[in-house]
Design a protein around this ligand. Structure first.
Ligand code: HEM
Length: 393
């Protein structure tokens, strides 16, 4: 297996990780990334196989768990109930209860609100140059997830700050300062959600928190801790990745001077292609639970493997000339939302946000242009912009 050395915080890599992925795929379905000390799946075949194979999972095997330092205990107390960190039997139970509340009806009902919000944000665009990431890409997902859950929209700044601080725990090269910030954010977030869940217990509303509480009360229970973690997971996952998928999509479209095809089919193809070519999440890992051979390598129980979702998306064996952005391509399933047991619960909502917001933006701002070349933030495995400076006149 070929070995690669590449710091994930190297500025050139942060700005453009794709040449490394191309070299990795050329070296095989599986390669060794020495900076992470991990085997990485590079191809669409390998990543899709590993995502779907139940002999691999996200939950850390008991003998691999590291002691949690005292100062991080509040953060991991919340994570302990996250479906994203669990496998059978707790994962399907939690996911099933959430899916019961997170219905396609509830998602579809948000379409007119996304449309109205998009128009409102465009109406409020400042004259001259401005940052589209803060004025547009950040606001749509956070306001919509607040409305879905039934959390007051006036809280959006706090939610954004808490969530930004918490996701720092997953970035390459995190510091003690980041950890302390993440813990403070976790404590404040939990205190807020506790109060809110209590309020909804006495005064239910037509929102996701009330639906999650009633799912708790009809036999299969979500404990209060599980309920709070689930709400935090939905709030965090519900906007961090969506912000960056909107930002990356707008950058991709503007850089390539793409002619937007405003038919529903054209929009669907365009959004899938932007998600494929520059997804916001590049790497997730899996633990091996049973000896198994994948792509010629025998994994042993306790091995950890990284799945390079963004590399798999550019595999020439699945997408002809995979590095080329082509919004007219036939849609083939990419791995931006994962696959298998942990497939993203929010994919239909995120897709709907992109499919509504992007055409309105480009129809109403036909002269939208990059003011300067935007830069990606140094937050691998999140791949998102620091800012998106544009002009709209
Ligand atoms: C474009 C935006 C988004 C992207 C690219 C994205 C990506 C992903 C990926 C790759 C996973 C699977 C991780 C793995 O298999 O290890 C995942 C899981 C998840 N996502 Fe998303 N996501 C997005 C938006 C959302 C939204 C809007 C929500 C909620 C409102 C959400 C909620 C979740 C949850 C709860 C999980 C965990 C599912 C489980 O463990 O069973 N995501 N997401």
């Amino acid at each position: 297996m070929q070995k690669f050395t590449q710091s994930a915080t190297d500025p050139d890599f942060v700005q453009n990780p794709y040449p490394l992925y191309t070299r990795m795929r050329a070296a095989g379905d599986l390669v060794f990334w020495s900076d992470y000390d991990l085997i990485c799946a590079t191809s669409h075949k390998a990543v899709s196989t590993l995502l779907r194979d139940r002999r691999f999972g996200r939950e850390v095997p008991a003998d691999k768990r590291k002691p949690i330092p005292d100062h991080l205990a509040p953060f991991y107390a919340v994570e302990a109930h996250s479906m994203l960190e669990l496998e059978r039997p707790r994962h399907p139970r939690l996911r099933g209860l959430v899916m019961r509340a997170f219905t396609s009806r509830r998602i579809k009902e948000l379409a007119p609100e996304i449309e109205a919000l998009t128009h409102q944000l465009i109406d409020e665009f400042p004259r001259g140059g401005f940052d589209l990431l803060t004025a547009f890409a950040q606001k749509i997902p956070v306001v919509i997830i607040c409305r879905l859950l039934g959390v007051p929209e006036t809280m959006w700044r706090e939610l954004l700050e808490w969530s930004n601080a918490m996701v720092m725990m997953y970035q390459a090269g995190r510091t003690r300062e980041m950890e302390d910030k993440a813990v403070r954010a976790t404590e404040e977030f939990v205190a807020f959600m506790k109060g809110y869940v209590d309020e909804r217990r006495t005064t239910p509303a037509d929102d996701l928190i009330s639906a999650l509480i009633s799912a708790e009360e009809s036999g299969e229970k979500l404990s209060t801790d599980e309920l709070i973690t689930t709400c935090i997971l939905l709030l965090n996952a519900g906007h961090e990745a969506t912000v960056h998928s909107i930002g990356n999509a707008v950058k991709t479209i503007l850089e390539r001077d793409t002619k937007v095809n405003f038919t529903p089919e054209g929009i669907e193809k365009l959004t899938e292609e932007t998600l494929r070519i520059d997804p916001p999440l590049h790497m997730f890992t899996r633990w091996c639970y049973e000896e198994v051979e994948i792509c010629g390598h025998v994994f042993q129980p306790g091995d950890e493997v990284a799945l390079l979702l963004a590399s798999a998306n550019r595999d020439d064996n699945t997408w002809a000339d995979g590095d080329r952005f082509d919004p007219t391509r036939e849609i083939l399933t990419n791995t931006s939302f994962g696959a298998g047991a942990h497939f993203c619960i929010g994919a239909p909502l995120a897709r709907m946000e992109l499919q509504i917001a992007l055409p309105i933006l480009f129809e109403r701002c036909p002269n939208l242009a990059l003011a300067t070349q935007p830069n990606y933030a140094d937050i691998y495995h999140f791949h998102g912009l620091k800012a998106l400076p544009v002009t709209a006149t």
